[in-house]
Design a binder for this molecule. Structure first.
Ligand code: ATP
Length: 507
């Protein structure tokens, strides 16, 4: 990038300088916030001072590339100077920040981790815990209304934890859980997943809000990639099938607990759960409470963080306050309200990214050919993947959908009536039926079951996902379909589940 040498005495805040970049001087505890328009990018370089992006520290002199309609913030605790190259749709600085509150919360969680590990190591706690902090690993459920900054808070707390902030005591690998199927997290929208995080999560594009996973990073660049455990819900809206979502959340919780059982240090690091906005009271639906309860029980939650909303905080305090520490944190003034169209574009980006990876163009006038910038923690702006297109027979893959297609929500049933059976029932999909809905549909390939190869239909909903494929063409007369998948391989004998998420390549 063409960042000329910087003279702090000639600092200009805001207006574009004639050098092709802008300089921003940030006061201590302030933020530089930006939003990118489609198909644009910016480069940001820390010139001096200290700065971080959602808890990930920026290295001095390194330019970071942002694209994919990213909306983000660079926060400084002690003041800094930034150079920004490229044109965001919106950029401004603010001295109102919620980061002080988020840091204080992270200090409490760090103390809990240290005390938990001391117990595992058999170290005496005398004098270590003057403030009677719970000596249990933090299992944190983050709740809040739409666009309150839940995902951002989860990411920030995880990033502080992996850095061992604020004491640099240890490097933890906490588990990050995403039960918001609208979010996509590490694969495609409709999924619910968890992963252990040991290096800080980058923020570079809206397509990867929680960093790169092994399935979205080219092998050669996947040093920072996460390996999530994923279950397929298959819808972005909770009300489509809350009974299924609850079952999946409980399955995920069980698997995460099993993993933590055999990893004492990982156990001490705890976990953080990002939730959908439908868990907040403004959304209608009687499923909200049972889903929150499912999270609390299956992930053994001992801290509930509520962002903003007093009503939700009071409700959680009333319902769980006796056994769980309920803490309210302010919403950051920087959180951006994202409308339906933006969310839809981001979901499309995520699916595109899952299959094809991503390449972000360096902004005009910012490339000096040295390649001295980082994108998603990697030293390249080209993280393209090469998916494979394969023609398979209808008989190769057994396809199901879970629950009836035109199911009325449970709340619409007569009092006392249950629809659990139908909501969890795997129904066979016949690809030769013109009304199968398979064309452009995303299918989750399920992990294979027990070693004896026997599998009962009802077990399908309890199986994690191996990967996702897309049906790009169907040839009914010849009983064949074309499958797009991130890697080549055979699909013979595989079981897949379709739901309501589809994707079409825009040529
Ligand atoms: N301080 C900030 N400055 C600028 N942008 C921010 C800030 N905090 C969060 N954002 C951006 O605001 C957007 C919304 O934040 P986030 O996704 O964390 O909200 P959420 O509550 O999880 O959303 P949802 O409604 O999907 O549950 C994101 O694009 C995020 O990067």
């Amino acid at each position: 990038m063409s960042y000329a040498s910087f003279d702090p005495n000639a600092l200009t805040t805001g207006p574009k300088s004639d050098k092709g970049y802008r300089e921003w001087g940030l006061q201590p505890q302030s933020e530089y916030r930006f939003e990118l328009a489609p198909n644009t990018s910016i480069g940001i370089k820390l010139v001096d001072g200290y700065a971080e992006c959602f808890g990930t520290e920026l290295a001095t002199g390194i330019a970071y590339l942002f694209g994919g309609e990213c909306k983000a913030v660079i926060y400084t605790h002690s003041g800094c100077t930034l150079e920004v190259c490229g044109e965001p749709a919106t950029e401004y600085t603010s001295e109102e920040t919620a980061m002080g509150h988020y840091r204080s919360a992270s200090i409490l969680f760090e103390q809990m981790r240290i005390l938990s590990l001391a117990i595992v190591d058999g170290a005496p706690l005398d004098g270590l815990n003057p403030q009677n902090v719970p000596a249990t690993p933090p299992h944190i459920l983050v709740l809040g209304p739409e666009n309150s900054g839940k995902t951002t808070l989860c990411k920030t707390l995880i990033n502080y934890a992996v850095r061992g902030e604020p004491w640099g005591h240890d490097e933890w690998s906490p588990v990050l859980v995403n039960v918001d199927p609208g979010d996509g997290a590490w694969s495609v929208p409709g999924s619910v997943s968890a992963t252990s995080v040991s290096t800080s999560i980058s923020t570079s594009t809206s397509a990867c809000p929680l960093g790169l996973s092994a399935s979205t990073a080219p092998t050669v660049w996947s040093s920072n990639a996460l390996i999530p455990l994923t279950y397929w819900y298959g819808h972005t809206e909770i009300r489509r099938n809350p009974v299924l979502l609850e079952r999946i959340v409980r399955n995920l919780g069980t698997r995460v607990q099993e993993r933590l059982e055999v990893d004492p240090k990982g156990r001490a690091a705890g976990l953080i759960i990002d939730t959908p906005p439908a868990f907040a009271p403004s959304s209608s639906g009687d499923y909200r409470n049972s889903l929150i309860k499912a999270c609390i029980e299956s992930f053994k939650v001992n801290i509930i963080l509520v962002i903003g909303q007093e009503k939700l905080h009071a409700e959680m305090q009333r319902t769980y306050g006796r056994s769980i520490n309920v803490i309210r944190l302010p919403k950051s003034g920087g959180v951006v309200d994202r409308d339906h169209a933006y969310r839809q574009r981001v979901r499309n980006h995520q699916i595109q990214n899952y299959m094809y990876g991503q390449k972000v163009e360096i902004p005009n006038g910012c490339d000096n050919g040295e390649g001295s910038y980082l994108f998603q923690h990697e030293p390249t702006s080209d993280l393209s993947l090469a998916p494979s297109s394969t023609v398979v027979s209808f008989d190769d893959i057994t396809i199901y959908r879970i629950g009836g297609e035109s199911m009325a929500p449970s709340s619409a049933l007569p009092i006392g009536a249950s629809r659990t059976v139908s909501e969890l029932l795997p129904l066979h999909v016949d690809p030769s039926s013109p009304s199968s809905g398979l064309l452009n549909s995303i299918l989750a390939l399920l992990a294979s079951t027990a070693s004896n190869g026997e599998q009962y239909d009802e077990e399908l909903i309890d199986l994690p996902v191996q990967g996702f494929i897309i049906v790009t063409a169907i040839d009914i007369p010849n009983r064949k379909m074309t499958i797009l998948s991130p890697t080549s391989g055979t699909f013979s004998g595989q079981t897949a589940v379709m739901a309501s998420i589809d994707w079409q390549e825009i040529v």
